[in-house]
Ligand binder design. Structure first.
Ligand SMILES: Nc1ncnc2c1ncn2[C@@H]1O[C@H](COP(=O)(O)OP(=O)(O)OP(=O)(O)O)[C@@H](O)[C@H]1O
Ligand SMILES: [Mg+2]
Length: 256
């Protein structure tokens, strides 16, 4: 069975793209077939993996309803790029009654080829995120450790998913809430944020925390995931630990 996981938060800069890339790659290193989809007009995932979008982007799939263009980074790790054109789809698709199902329709023809499909979302809960949540079986919310406001973004997403979304996708569930940018030196804020999340989401919060690590900032400039850029780094270790936790939560069922 293919697990389709949307990575989201309505807040910007909270590690969604970094998590999509590096959790995706980490799962592929377990010999799971993984597709990561850049579902954001900012196209940060596309840039962060150094992808050329000349074979088409996710925009084309939204526009034409055709299958997703896929770039094979290696045998187990594939990606669908995006571009700023995706910004315009919101207005174009609004006239279409099926506007929430565009991405799902595009994924369907290639879905069975993958164990995991991870969808990177823009920092909003608009049409593109709605498409991701309509397509997904699970979602991960990333929360930034250094921010006292982390909790509100998490709450917004959980509310959307647990209420309105249940009407169009009753099977979706929260795979976990991930604390990123964890800086042990920021003792007060870091522990307050963590404790807050732990109190509010004891079942959802991942045990793995992604530390604040400069290599995670550098890797996208080289167009690489962290396992290719710095395989023995703490950053790679954190995302490897997260991938193990994800596999455990999912129950390590039948894979390709
Ligand atoms: N754990 C980390 N430690 C240090 N830097 C990080 C970490 N995670 C992500 N970054 C960096 O922080 C910035 C924001 O991260 P990222 O792009 O993943 O956030 P995002 O939630 O996808 O942002 P947006 O909402 O704009 O899409 C990037 O420059 C990224 O390289
Ligand atoms: Mg992003």
């Amino acid at each position: 069975m293919t697990e389709i996981i949307a990575v989201l938060n309505r807040k910007g800069g909270v590690g969604k793209t970094t998590t999509t890339i590096n959790l995706g790659k980490a799962l592929s290193l377990h010999k799971k077939k993984v597709l990561v989809i850049d579902n954001d007009p900012q196209a940060n995932l596309t840039q962060g993996l150094g992808l050329e979008a000349d074979g088409g982007t996710v925009y084309d799939a939204y526009k034409t309803g055709g299958p997703l263009p896929v770039i094979e980074i290696d045998a187990y790790f594939h990606a669908t790029p995006s571009s700023s054109l995706l910004e315009t789809i919101q207005n174009e698709a609004m006239n279409d009654l099926d506007w929430n199902y565009k991405l799902l329709d595009a994924i369907e023809p290639i879905r069975a080829q993958y164990d995991f499909i991870l969808i990177d979302c823009p920092p909003s809960l608009g049409m593109l995120t709605a498409n991701a949540l309509t397509s997904a079986s699970r979602y991960i919310i990333t929360a930034q450790s250094g921010s006292a406001y982390s909790n509100s973004g998490v709450e917004d997403v959980k509310q959307l998913a647990d209420t309105k979304l249940k009407r169009i996708n009753k099977d979706i569930s929260c795979l976990g809430i991930l604390l990123t940018f964890h800086d042990a030196k920021e003792k007060v804020v870091a522990s307050v944020v963590y404790k807050d999340l732990q109190d509010n989401y004891p079942d959802e919060l991942f045990e793995t925390k992604i530390r604040y690590l400069t290599l995670l900032k550098q890797a996208p400039y080289a167009g690489m995931d962290i396992f290719s850029y710095a395989p023995s780094s703490n950053a790679a270790k954190d995302y490897a630990a997260l991938s193990k936790e994800v596999l455990k939560r999912i129950g390590n069922g039948k894979f390709h």
